[in-house]
Structures are given as C-alpha cells and as structure tokens.
Ligand binder design. Structure first.
Ligand code: CTP
Length: 398
C-alpha cells in the first residue's frame, strides 16, 4: 500500500527504539522506501546497522558525515519524504521540535520538511504529564505534527501509567491512514459486516462456521483509509479493529440482524462479507445439556434466521449501494447471480471454496465481481488488494 512512497523514520533515544525496527520492516513490506534517521542517543539503544539491514538504506545519525549520495542530505531527505514518523519521540526531541531547534540531522530534517509528520512520544508518565512536555506537545500539534497517543501500561522504569509507545502494527496503521490512499470516500458512510456468527445450543456449545473475518476487515480498513466513515459489525474473530473504524461486536445472527438493520438506513454503502448462519437452534438450553446414557443419538431442531442482506436489499434507499458476498462450492456464477437478483443487490462478490487461494482463513481471495451488466474476475489477490478493487467498483456506481 506504500509503493512509490518515501517514509523517513526518526528514532530518538528511548528503549522503545527496538520496536521501531519492526515498524521499519513493516513499512518495507508495504513497499515504502524507508530512510531511518537516528539521534546519537538512539544509537545507544539500537545500532544503525540494524536499521540499515531492515530498511535497505543507509541509516543517518551524524550531521557531518560526508559520505552521502546527495550534497545536502537534510534538504534532499526532507523534500523526498512523503511522511516522517518519529518513534519513539523523547521529551527532549519534542521540546526541540516545539522550539525550532535544529542541532542534529533529525531535527534539521524535521524543520526542513513540509510533508505530514507523526510523533509517537514514549517516556515516563511523570515526564509525559509534566506541564513543560504537555505545552510542547500542544505547540507541535499546532505546528501541524500529528500526535500518536502513548499507551498505558508497565513502563521500562517500572512505573505503571501512560507513556508506552504503541505497538508497531498500530504505528503502521497511522502511517497508512495518512498516505496510503487517496481520500476518495470522504463524506461517505460505509457499513461492513465480517466474521462468523455463533448460534448457541446451550451455555457451553454453539454452531458456527470457518469464517476468519479477514475479508470484511480488509474492506473496512480500505474504506477507512480512503476517508469513509466506517461501521464494522463483526462476529467473533481474532482480528483487531482497523484504525478509525467503529466496530460493533455481535455474536449471533439475531445480534447481527439488529445491528445491521439499525445502521443500514444511515449508510451510503453496505457491504455484507459476514458468514451468517442460515439456521439457529429452535431453543437454547438454559443449562448444559447432559449426556443421556440411555439414548445414543441426539438431535437439535433448527429455525431459519433472518436473511439480513435480503431485508437490507428490500429496504434499499435511493442512491444506496448494496454489495453482498456469495461463498459457493458449486455453480459459482449461477448461484451468485441468483443471490444478486433475489437480494436486490448492486454487486455480489462470488468466491468458491473449491478454488485454490480463495475462501476462509487465508490472506488471499479469488473473487468474481458480478453486477446486473458485468462479470469481472479479479484473479488471486491479497484480501487487502481485493478489498481495494471491490471499493473501486462500488465507487464507480456512486
Ligand atoms: N446473508 C445474510 N443473512 C443470512 C445469510 C446470508 O445477510 N442469514 C448474506 C451474507 O452476508 C452474504 C450473502 O447474504 O453477503 C450470501 O450469503 P451466502 O451464505 O453465500 O448465501 P445464502 O443467502 O445464505 O444462501 P445459501 O446458504 O443457500 O448459499
């Protein structure tokens, strides 16, 4: 998502610098050209060599090192950067940035750069809460820096409180949300569903399916990165909520029905990627069902659940776009087309459990997007790229 982008990572002298090594690796994985600039104190925690190996570029810490490929490195880096993230940012760095001090390579690059700048403070709680630091933070945010709030927890000094640098995955999300996508969905309200539903048999057992939620989460994340106001109604998954997305956690098909029917009328686009149970036990036992030694078999009676998407389709507002998914094991296109019509959808994303690289749990999918007039095969793509292509297609309908 960051190919063609240049990201400068500033590292100052804090123990959290070791986490920044992972961030640099993640930025590289996203395709960014990553340049690390360290303060001298930062080199006491992690060596420049580590960042050089991770970034594939020379790590700069010495302002007076003449062994550069550019003449005026601080200016060329500042100009080349699409974004600068300083992580961890010490109180000392923040104080310098707040006062326009440029006495090393990092502060000089920062002063010369016009691109978005993110700052992730990491320090002891008392230092963070100190009015001087708070004033400096206020000042740099007024200058246009974006603050990534520190997390709370056990700090390196043994104190407990606010001051921990967020995990690299969270920092990456902030970078992505700044520069990964054009904000072509700004002003749109998007409702996404994801994950499996669980239908309780008794307080101990339930019936579910293999959905991991990855496809729906990728769509929610992509829409948020494109500036949409995203609500994600999610069944139980192990995934963390993408940055900027409002998540409503649900368990059963009935819970999902209630959440979706409440949110759908306010949404410009509805995308139903959840794997919803079509049937639920007629009754849920209040107590744990015990083995009955006399009978070998047992059976459960089921009743149908609401077809949530069908109902949303029936109540479709003017201008609203509705997209469903069809997971099939046979007659992929024919079955998906039937659902497109019967549920009154604008688009359906057909995927077959029988196709290699598609289906539950994996990080890729093989989707065919079907509308009333067209059928477009996306081929095998990461779920992230599939999500972007789906949104591109839906945006063409707006
Ligand atoms: N869906 C829904 N509510 C249900 C069942 C499905 O909203 N009770 C939605 C799914 O989120 C998906 C689409 O309908 O977007 C198609 O789901 P799928 O399971 O493929 O098909 P079904 O409609 O359940 O039909 P069948 O199980 O017979 O294939």
């Amino acid at each position: 998502m960051l190919s063609g982008k240049t990201v400068v990572v500033g590292v100052t002298g804090g123990i959290a610098a070791y986490k920044t090594v992972t961030l640099v690796g993640e930025l590289k994985k996203q395709g960014a050209d990553v340049h690390v600039v360290m303060t001298e104190n930062a080199t006491k925690f992690v060596t420049p060599l580590t960042f050089e190996v991770r970034s594939g570029n020379r790590c700069i810490s010495d302002m007076w090192d003449r062994n550069f490929d550019y003449d005026v490195k601080h200016i060329s880096l500042a100009k080349a950067a699409d974004l600068i993230i300083v992580a961890p940012a010490t109180a000392n760095f923040i104080a310098k940035a707040a006062n326009g001090i440029a006495d090393d390579m990092l502060t000089t690059v920062i002063l010369a750069a016009k691109c978005p700048k993110l700052v992730a403070p990491a320090m002891n709680t008392a230092m963070y809460d100190n009015p001087a630091t708070q004033d400096n933070i206020k000042k740099i945010t007024e200058y246009g820096f974006k603050l990534i709030e520190p997390a709370e927890g056990l700090l390196a000094c043994g104190d407990e409180g606010k001051g921990k640098m967020p995990e690299p995955e969270e920092l990456l999300q902030h970078v992505l949300s700044e520069i990964a996508c054009e904000k072509d969905m700004q002003g749109l309200s998007v409702l996404v569903t994801a994950g499996p539903t669980q239908e309780a048999i008794d307080p101990v057992r339930y019936i579910t399916n293999h959905s991991s939620g990855k496809m729906g989460y990728a769509i929610a994340q992509a829409a948020a990165l494109r500036g949409a106001d995203v609500t994600l109604v999610s069944g139980r998954t192990n995934l963390s909520c993408p940055l900027g997305v409002k998540r409503i956690d649900v368990t059963s098909a009935e819970d999902m029905y209630k959440a979706v029917t409440k949110a759908a009328p306010k949404s410009d686009i509805v995308i139903k990627a959840a794997a919803v149970a079509d049937f639920t036990p007629k009754t849920t036992a209040y107590q744990k069902i015990k083995k009955d030694s006399k009978s070998k078999d047992m059976s459960i009676e089921f009743k149908p659940t609401h077809d949530i998407l069908k109902e949303v389709g029936q109540k479709k507002k003017k201008g609203q776009i509705i997209c469903g998914f069809a997971m099939e094991t046979e007659e992929l296109l024919a079955n998906a087309k039937k659902k497109l019509e019967s549920k009154n959808l604008d688009m359906i994303c057909a995927n077959s459990l029988r196709t290699k690289g598609a289906g539950f749990q994996g990080d890729t999918n093989v989707v065919t997007m079907i509308t009333k007039d067209s059928t477009t095969e996306l081929g095998q793509l990461s779920k992230t790229d599939t999500a972007q292509r789906i949104l591109d297609a839906l945006m063409l309908m707006k």
